[in-house]
Design a binder for this molecule. Structure first.
Ligand code: DAK
Length: 257
């Protein structure tokens, strides 16, 4: 598929997805959301892709939020419908995708941009990154899962502070609050993401997908994560990758997944 707002490239089992609207600081309009959704679906269905790195074009922004020009005129019904549609088609899709994703936050990650990063499985940031959910300064609330995922990641108190003040935090605070796993210079950001990805792609993709499902289950209302873990653990024993992984260990060689 030809994309207008994102770049999609695959190298060494890694899909690089770059939001490419730098004139608007990579703000997410509806077309970009649809393209991201299509790229993630493609990455999940292509067995040669074992990890995704998601970042923003140029060095100023990961994503400076939803495109304010676009959502300025929504009605109450449109707002709710679009929140539901956007959450399902992109943010939930990404979080529940069996192919792990790393957000490489290379600058501003605000509103929908931070929500996109929080839907990824792993987050790393460059030293110039600034992160926040400034929606209440515009008279709306986070609508792409931010109220839930931020509280899950940093705890209710810090999430409440970030959301109600609409403030931005820097990479060092984001690291100490648990919002990002690491931070580094901008030059080292993609190499660091690749280093993490290189560890991921050695492992069994089917086991990783099951592990993601089990971890996510623990955060879903009405679902017992331990039960999902037991079921998915059992499912591993039917997989060719389990046979290959254990045989490789016994034969003192590297597994070929
Ligand atoms: N949308 C559209 N354009 C944006 C943008 C955005 N979010 N952020 C920046 N831009 C554009 C600016 O308008 C400017 O365009 P020109 O004027 O050059 O045409 C260009 O990018 C460069 O921005 P600045 O000139 O402002 O750059 P500065 O370095 O001075 O400032 C900044 C950088 C990131 C502090 C500033 O651009 C800024 O405050 N941007 C807005 C941040 C923000 O409030 N983002 C939105 C958060 S609310 C929904 C669900 C969720 C949401 C919406 C709807 N539904 C379900 C319907 C989510 C909402 C949000 O994300």
């Amino acid at each position: 598929m030809d994309y207008k707002n994102i770049l999609f490239e695959c190298k060494n089992a890694i899909a690089y997805i770059t939001i490419n609207r730098s004139k608007q600081l990579n703000a997410l309009n509806a077309e970009t959301i649809a393209e991201l959704s299509s790229a993630i679906t493609l990455a999940e269905n292509d067995k040669s892709i074992k990890c995704m790195i998601i970042t923003g074009a140029e060095d100023k922004a990961f994503v400076a939020g939803a495109d304010i020009k676009e959502f300025a005129n929504y009605s109450k019904k449109e707002g709710e419908n679009l929140a539901r549609k956007g959450q399902e088609s992109l943010f939930d899709l990404l979080e529940n995708c069996g192919t792990p994703s790393i957000a490489a936050i290379n600058g501003f990650a605000l509103g929908g941009g931070l929500e996109l990063a929080m839907a990824c499985h792993i987050r790393i940031a460059s030293e110039n990154a600034k992160m926040g959910l400034p929606e209440v300064s515009l008279g709306v609330i986070p609508g792409y899962g931010g109220t839930q995922r931020l509280a899950n990641l940093v705890g209710k108190g810090k999430a409440m502070e970030m959301i109600t003040t609409a403030g931005m935090i820097l990479a060092a605070d984001a690291k100490s609050w648990g919002l990002v796993n690491y931070f580094c210079t901008q030059e080292k950001l993609i190499p660091l993401a690749e280093k993490i990805a290189s560890k991921i792609i050695r492992n069994s993709p089917s086991a990783i997908a099951k592990a993601i499902k089990a971890v996510n289950a623990g955060f879903e209302e009405g679902i017992n994560g331990f039960e999902v873990e037991k079921k998915e653990f059992g499912n591993c024993f039917e997989s060719e990758e389990f046979k290959e992984g254990t045989n490789a260990f016994l034969e003192k060689r590297k597994a070929n997944f």
